[in-house]
Ligand binder design. Structure first.
Ligand SMILES: [Zn+2]
Length: 131
């Protein structure tokens, strides 16, 4: 390998790492502005949970969705500028399920998702804390 090629490869690598640092900065800004909401969903089968996860994930402004058919719960991380909680519950109802906002008896200490019952956060897989 001659010196010119080596120099080119080095500058190419430097460019790649600069781009990934810039992207990480944008991600942390987006996370800081986002909100978390928990929807209680009645009678949700496991295969329906997957469909619902994809359906809610397709809503513009939604950055993360986790649905648990065991708990009958959907946790949605969203940008409050682009999405309102009512739209999310409306989407669940359009999919044929009854949705209500969860009472915040327990909260995840990491992502702040609220739960009615004690247990592990379905996003972070850590125990929730009594509010
Ligand atoms: Zn969590």
């Amino acid at each position: 390998m001659n010196k010119m090629i080596r120099g080119f490869l080095f500058s190419a690598l430097a460019t790649v790492s600069a781009v990934s640092i810039a992207t990480a900065a944008i991600d942390s800004v987006a996370v800081a502005a986002s909100q978390v909401i928990t929807l209680q969903i009645q009678g949700l089968a496991q295969e329906e949970a997957m469909d619902l996860e994809h359906g809610l994930g397709a809503v513009p402004g939604v950055s993360l969705v986790k649905v648990s058919s065991d708990l009958g719960v959907a946790v949605v991380v969203y940008d409050p500028v682009q999405v309102k909680p009512d739209l999310l519950s409306q989407k669940v109802q359009e999919a044929g399920h009854l949705a209500s906002f969860a009472k915040a008896n327990y909260k995840c200490p990491k992502c702040t998702a609220a739960y009615e019952k004690a247990g592990d956060c379905i996003v972070c897989h850590i125990p929730t804390e009594k509010v």
